[in-house]
Design a protein around this ligand. Structure first.
Ligand SMILES: NC(=O)c1ccc[n+]([C@@H]2O[C@H](COP(=O)([O-])OP(=O)(O)OC[C@H]3O[C@@H](n4cnc5c(N)ncnc54)[C@H](O)[C@@H]3O)[C@@H](O)[C@H]2O)c1
Length: 286
């Protein structure tokens, strides 16, 4: 349900200067809410944590159930509400079962974040070395999962006449990025999101896409260090050096705060945008 103008502009009550939680009572489904092994936080886990801190009940779905369960444990330690769910997002049948599960338990879905993404770990390669099976697999995991999750959630949001979809793409869509399957999948997510935004705008369903830049997550840093056989610190230093803003990678919380904004009523007039969270990297290419 959308907040009215008067609700959003209402001054805080004298007795409490604190605003209510930004996702109070909302049901938020994060697909890819675990994280790859390694140091620090992944983007999906960080988003799940913030959504729960702001009052949402979170369904943390991931192919790695233990990792999703870790996210849930972190949320519960903070006093939030979450449950884990095992899903292979590349399977439409499993996504269908996930959405049915959410509806049986919660009767609605207010926020969908499509966070699943693989590249190096999926065997992505430069074009001349790319195999058909790797291409098909990464496309299914990165792009088809996002499309099919939307296919399953949009009828729910349409019936509610409200909802916010947040798709996680990448600045790789617009920059030099030789692993072509990842790049192609992330480009497609942007235009797909704009199409959904327009197609469902009259139903009050918003769809936006975030373009993370170089973020210090286990997938981006530890997976590359393992694949290239070099130290984590060396990978991190190469990435830091490319970022205009203080020559430091961003963190998963930077992506999560953008997602929280797009999920919240504060963004109720925002749909169809592609928001870079990149420390200025895309500004370089105009
Ligand atoms: N880290 C970065 O620098 C960066 C930059 C740009 C974009 N991104 C995007 O952000 C998103 C998250 O990145 P991250 O670095 O936090 O990665 P991550 O690997 O830590 O998180 C992705 C999660 O998706 C899960 N997953 C993978 N395949 C799945 C499948 N088939 N079904 C269900 N779950 C599956 C993984 O188990 C993992 O928990 C990705 O879409 C990525 O492309 C990251």
């Amino acid at each position: 349900m959308q907040a009215s103008d008067s609700e959003l502009t209402k001054p805080a009550a004298a007795s409490s200067l604190k605003s209510p939680p930004r996702l109070d009572g909302k049901i938020a489904l994060v697909i890819g809410a675990g994280q790859s092994p390694g140091l620090g936080l992944g983007n999906g886990r960080a988003s799940a944590l913030l959504f729960a801190r702001e009052g949402a009940s979170v369904i943390a779905a991931d192919i790695d159930l233990d990792s999703a369960q870790e996210t849930v444990a972190m949320i519960e330690r903070e006093g939030g509400t979450a449950e884990s769910y095992k899903v292979d997002a590349a399977s439409d049948a499993e996504l269908d079962a996930l959405i049915r599960h959410c509806m049986a338990r919660h009767k609605r879905i207010d926020v969908l974040q499509n966070n699943v993404g693989i590249s190096v770990a999926g065997g992505d390669a430069q074009v001349e070395r790319l195999s058909e099976s790797v291409f098909d697999h990464i496309m299914a995991v990165n792009l088809r999962s996002c499309v099919m999750a939307c296919k399953r959630v949009l009828p729910v949001m349409k019936a509610q006449q409200s909802g916010s979809i947040i798709n996680i793409s990448s600045v790789a869509a617009y920059m030099q990025y030789p692993w072509v399957t990842y790049k192609a999948s992330k480009v497609a997510m942007i235009e797909f999101s704009k199409q959904i935004a327009l197609q469902y705008a009259a139903d009050g369903v918003r769809c936006n896409v975030i373009l993370p830049g170089l973020i210090d997550t286990p997938m981006a840093v530890d997976t590359r260090a393992r694949a290239q056989g070099i130290a984590r610190e060396a990978v991190a230093a190469q990435r830091d050096a490319q970022v205009p803003l203080k020559a430091r990678m961003g963190g998963a919380m930077d992506v999560a705060y953008a997602a929280l904004f797009l999920a919240s009523e504060e963004a109720r007039f925002i749909t169809g945008i592609a928001m870079p969270v990149d420390g200025g990297m895309l500004a370089r290419i105009g």
